[in-house]
Design a protein around this ligand. Sequence first.
Ligand code: GLP
Length: 256
Amino acid sequence: MNVIIGQNAKELGIEAGKKSAVLIRQAIRENGSANIILATGSSQFETLKQLILEEGIEWNKVTMFHLDEYIGLPVSHKASFRRYLKERFLDQVPELKSVNLINGETDAREECKRLGDLIYKSPVDVALVGIGENGHLAFNDPPADFETGEAYIIASLDNECRQQQVNEDWFGFVEEVPKQAISMSVKQIMKSKHIVCSVPDIRKAKAVKDSLEENVSNLHPASILQNHPDCYLFLEKSSASLLTKKEDYGEKNKNN
Ligand code: GLP
C-alpha cells in the first residue's frame, strides 16, 4: 500500500486526481483504452475536481463503471449518486466511450446481472474509491462479504452508514435513507489493476487506522486494500491522525 498524507483535503484531492489521471493516461497508452470505476460521496469531491481539470486524457477512450447507488432513490434526489456523477463529472468532461451508471430504480437483481456481464468483459484499470466512517468500501458495510464472486450485489446499509449520509446533509433524517443499495462487491473492486483511495476528514481517522493497522478482516472492510498489489491511499493530516506507524508508510510522509 502506498500511503500519501497531504496537508488538507484540497491537497489530498489534487494529488489523488493527478495520480488517477497518470494511471488513466498510462492505460490508454498501453491498451488504447481505459476502464475506470468512479465512487461518490464527500470523499471524492476534491479528487474529481482535479481529475476533470487534467489535460491529455482522451476521454473518448474511457469506459466508466459506477461503484454504488441507492435502491429506489430517484435520480432527481440530491443524494442520488447518478446525479452526483452527472453533475460533478460527466457534465464536466468530453463524452466518454461508454458510461455504465447503476439504475437503482429498476429491478435490482436484473441490474446487478446487467452490470456484472458488462464489467466481466472490461477488466478495470483504475478504481477510485473512498472509505466510510464505518470502514466500508463502496456500500459493503461490516461484516462485508469478502467471498462473493458476483460483481454487483444488493447490500444492506447499517445504521452508522445511514447516519453518516444524514450528517453529511444528503438526507434530512435517517428514515429517509434507503436501507439497500446496489454495490460493487469487494472482490470486484480488488480485481482493479490500480486503486486510488481518497479519505479526507477527521471523521475517518478511526476507519483509516483500522484499515491500515488492523489485520485484514471483513469487520474492517477497507482493510482488504492491504492485499492489493497497487493501491494508493490518499489521506490528510486529520484522517491520518490516529496512525501510529506513519514512518512505515514511506519517504513522502516523513514531515507529517
Ligand atoms: C459512500 C459511497 C461510496 C464511497 C464510500 C466512502 O457511502 N457510497 O461511493 O466510496 O461510501 O465515501 P464517503 O464516506 O465520502 O461517503
